[in-house]
Write a protein that binds this ligand. Structure first.
Ligand code: UD1
Ligand code: MG
Length: 414
């Protein structure tokens, strides 16, 4: 079938995916609440309103339905006379691409299921790291049997020592496995204000689509980018519909299901589209947030269950949330991290009074180490919707920076 026709079918199916997600969410919202799958919007005055959780599962299911219906399209011969091979030509059927397609959907499907399990069971961090690794195995397997390229081009400054290219072998598979773990969790920890999870997913997906379109026209690897487009366009549709309902004031929450679904979809297209390094360039805020969060994630300092900002009902704004740091009880490495962040002016840090009123130099209040809090440290308290808009604008700017690195700076190194 003509590539242009395939793209048109993909676009039409994506429009249907948008409509499906947009209409199904309001219809099933109450079923989730009835099943106790709801949360409380912590940045609102009224804490009695139940907001349906895990609506990412609706987006994910609609996405899977559309992608399953789309499976035959890239492989159909079309235009041939009716007969034994009227739909597929067995002679030039691309088994490798077909296997990639199926395994990609299997990995995404696993991740939606595991994300939903996380929402229902509130899994521990250890499990959250293990699950995406297991869900990537079909993907790594199909990469191994169809492409298996683990050689990377060495950047110019290192070529004298390492040569033009470097074979990474199993290390490359470990990198790809870790990529899926990173993508899923990195989105999940930039969370807690209305619209931010689905918003960042949308910006990253649109950045990937822009990159794919540019490469589709300009590069000889166009088939990989077409493969990525087939996955990304329906993803943008379901995310946009989900974001519509999740935007301030949220009628639904996307849940960990969406974060895992989005992260795995990005990992799938990055790995099978052979542009995983470029894809990471669209994750600059998430990479920064992960590095910035490390002292809390790895328990060098305290990490409260929720690190999202606090709500001030008087001004209807949100402000920095904090954690307590008792210097004498904090690990030396934790103290060092916080000291560096203080020197770089990346945290709000102040001593707090002792129980009986006198000031103590030992206990401090430090802003939680997330990019959302950092925005509030730098710009002061703001309305929740505004913070989401600032963060999404930052995500767009970082994508522009990513394109500049990919098409500008990388030429110096490669
Ligand atoms: C991650 C973050 C946690 C953050 C939480 C918010 C880390 C290590 N974990 O945890 O700091 O507080 O996401 O999602 O960084 N919620 C809102 N408004 C929103 C979205 C969520 O109030 O716009 C609240 C609701 O109460 C909702 C809950 O967050 O029920 C969902 O939290 P969950 O996704 O389970 O938290 P984690 O992913 O474990
Ligand atoms: Mg979450």
């Amino acid at each position: 079938m003509d590539v242009l026709l395939q793209i048109v079918i993909n676009l039409v199916m994506s429009a249907m995916a948008y409509y499906g997600t947009y209409t199904v969410i309001p219809q099933v919202r109450h079923l989730f609440i009835k099943a106790n799958l709801f949360g409380v919007d912590l940045c609102k005055q009224n804490k009695d309103i139940k907001v349906a959780e895990s609506q990412g599962v609706i987006a994910g299911c609609v996405y899977l339905v559309v992608m399953f219906l789309f499976i035959p399209v890239p492989f159909a011969t079309g235009g041939r006379p009716l007969g034994y091979e009227w739909l597929f030509s067995l002679e030039d059927f691309r088994h490798e691409v077909f296997a990639q397609f199926i395994c990609a959907l299997l990995s995404i499907c696993c991740m939606i299921f595991l994300g939903f399990a996380d929402d229902v069971l509130d899994l521990r961090w250890r499990t959250k790291l293990l699950l995406p690794t297991i869900a990537t195995l079909p993907l790594l397997m199909v990469y191994g049997v169809t492409y298996n390229n683990t050689t990377i081009v060495v950047p110019k400054p290192f070529r004298a020592a390492l040569g033009y290219s470097l074979w990474l072998g199993p290390l490359y598979y470990i990198y790809m496995g870790m990529l899926a773990v990173f993508c899923t969790n990195a989105i999940n920890i930039v969370a807690g204000i209305n619209g931010i999870e689905a918003g960042q997913g949308l910006v990253i997906a649109l950045s990937i689509i822009t990159y794919n379109v540019v490469e589709l026209v300009a590069s000889d690897q166009w088939q990989c980018h077409l493969f990525s487009l087939y996955f990304m366009v329906p993803f943008v549709s379901v995310t946009a519909a989900l974001l519509y309902h999740n935007w301030y004031p949220s009628r639904v929450f996307v849940g960990d299901t969406y974060c895992y679904f989005a992260g795995m979809t990005f990992a799938v297209v990055g790995i099978l589209g052979h542009f995983s390094k470029t894809m990471l360039l669209f994750f600059i805020p998430q990479v920064f947030n992960f590095l910035y969060s490390c002292p809390q994630l790895f328990k060098f300092v305290d990490c409260p269950r929720h690190r999202l900002p606090k709500y001030d009902p008087k001004t209807d704004t949100i402000f920095v949330s904090t954690f307590r740091l008792k210097t004498s009880e904090t690990k030396p490495l934790g103290r060092l991290f916080i000291k560096i962040l203080r020197i770089l002016r990346l945290v709000q840090y102040k001593p707090i009074g002792a129980v009986n009123g006198s000031a103590t130099a030992d206990t401090y209040e430090c802003s939680n180490l997330t990019i959302i809090n950092l925005i509030l440290v730098k710009l002061g308290p703001m309305h929740e919707k505004r913070v989401t808009c600032v963060l999404l604008a930052l995500q767009v700017l970082c994508s522009c920076l990513g394109f500049f690195i990919r098409y500008g700076i990388s030429k110096i190194f490669y």
